[in-house]
Design a protein around this ligand. Structure first.
Ligand code: DAH
Length: 339
């Protein structure tokens, strides 16, 4: 019996030595110490042992079990330690390495200019609204007092989808859309993309941006328009800026004006920037035509208002002294990085 146990032990030790992964150690445990294992088999054979011998044999079996168990545990611990060390070596992190820099993008000059304009008007209590870029002829022209046959509706200037639908040529249709909703008073700006069938050059593009403005309330006068746009010009181009209102014609406003500001480069003396005149044109504006109010469901005897339209690119070009509009659309990082 003693020899039998000795040989079981030796066999187990050999198997433990041969095990190279923890799973194999577990197999050894099952094979020798498990319920159906070899040592258990020995215990089951006790009935053949003489009764007086049994305690001794039992003790021997227990000792053998304990020593196999001990060696198993030690091997397992050693194996796990080796595995852990290996893993640590592989996963080493060099905390002294410089971190990767995130490439932070930045805002396009158009966006910077738009946010500046929005900031100014939001500060005066205006709401920012949006309208569709694909628009009905009805809003883009009809309701703005531009009837069929008007030169502005020429196919040369407008991208028509069909007879009734087109790419808006101005942000002014948003005026009609907001007025029609009937919520008065109105104090809003509407920035957005507009489209005209133009050739690309330093000052033209078939797609550009405008910012529309509209105020409708009781007792709104041309003085309110002048005051508002003066504040706007001073905020945008500096406190020394003066404004000049030149009579003009727009179908949807009466009277209408174009607004010039004193050249912020030379202060009005005349320079290359303002082509020697001292003035720079920045926008169109006027008192909303009573017929337009009527067509949009507002009683012109009760309400009056003013409107204006600014070219966003024009503002960006002026503010950042960019001399070619095409630069704004090419998205050359070296150019964009400068703002
Ligand atoms: N929509 C005009 C244009 O594209 C600009 C404009 C002029 C807008 C006068 C207005 C305005 O609201 O009152 O040329």
């Amino acid at each position: 019996m003693k020899e039998k146990l000795q040989s079981i032990k030796e066999e187990a030790l050999k198997a433990i030595e041969a095990a190279d992964v923890p799973e194999k150690l577990n197999d050894v445990r099952v094979k020798f110490l498990g319920k159906k294992g070899e040592l258990t088999a020995v215990l089951k054979g006790m009935k053949e042992v003489a009764p007086e011998e049994r305690p001794k044999v039992g003790q021997l079996v227990n000792e053998t079990r304990a020593s196999i168990e001990k060696i198993l545990e030690e091997s397992k611990a050693k194996m796990e330690r080796v595995i852990r060390e290996e893993k640590m070596k592989q996963e080493v992190i060099d905390v002294t390495l410089p971190s990767k820099k995130n490439m932070v993008g930045h805002r396009h000059p158009n966006t910077i200019a738009l946010e500046e304009v929005e900031r100014i008007f939001i500060g005066m209590g205006y709401e920012v609204v949006e309208g569709p870029e694909v628009e009905y002829d009805l809003y883009n022209f009809e309701k703005l007092n531009i009837p069929d046959g008007h030169p502005a509706k020429d196919e040369q200037d407008t991208f028509y989808i069909n007879k009734e639908i087109l790419l808006r040529t101005q942000t002014s249709p948003v005026q009609a859309r907001v007025m029609e909703q009937g919520k008065l008073p109105i104090r809003m700006i509407a920035p957005g993309r507009v489209f005209r069938s133009d050739e690309v050059d330093a000052t033209h593009s078939p797609s550009f941006h405008q910012i529309e403005g509209l105020v409708i309330d009781k007792n709104i006068s041309f003085a309110d328009l002048k005051g508002t746009l003066e504040v706007f010009a001073k905020e945008l181009f500096g406190p020394e800026t003066k404004t000049k209102f030149r009579p003009h014609h727009f179908p949807f406003t009466e009277p209408s004006a174009e607004v010039d500001v004193t050249c912020f480069k030379c202060g009005g003396k005349g320079c290359r920037f303002c082509k020697g005149s001292g003035w720079i044109e920045i926008l169109g504006c006027g008192m909303v035509h009573p017929h337009v109010l009527e067509m949009c469901g507002i009683d012109p005897n009760e309400y009056t208002g003013f409107a204006f339209g600014v070219g966003l690119e024009r503002i960006a070009l002026l503010k950042y002294e960019i001399d070619d509009m095409r630069l704004l659309y090419e998205n050359d990082i070296r150019f964009l990085k400068q703002f």
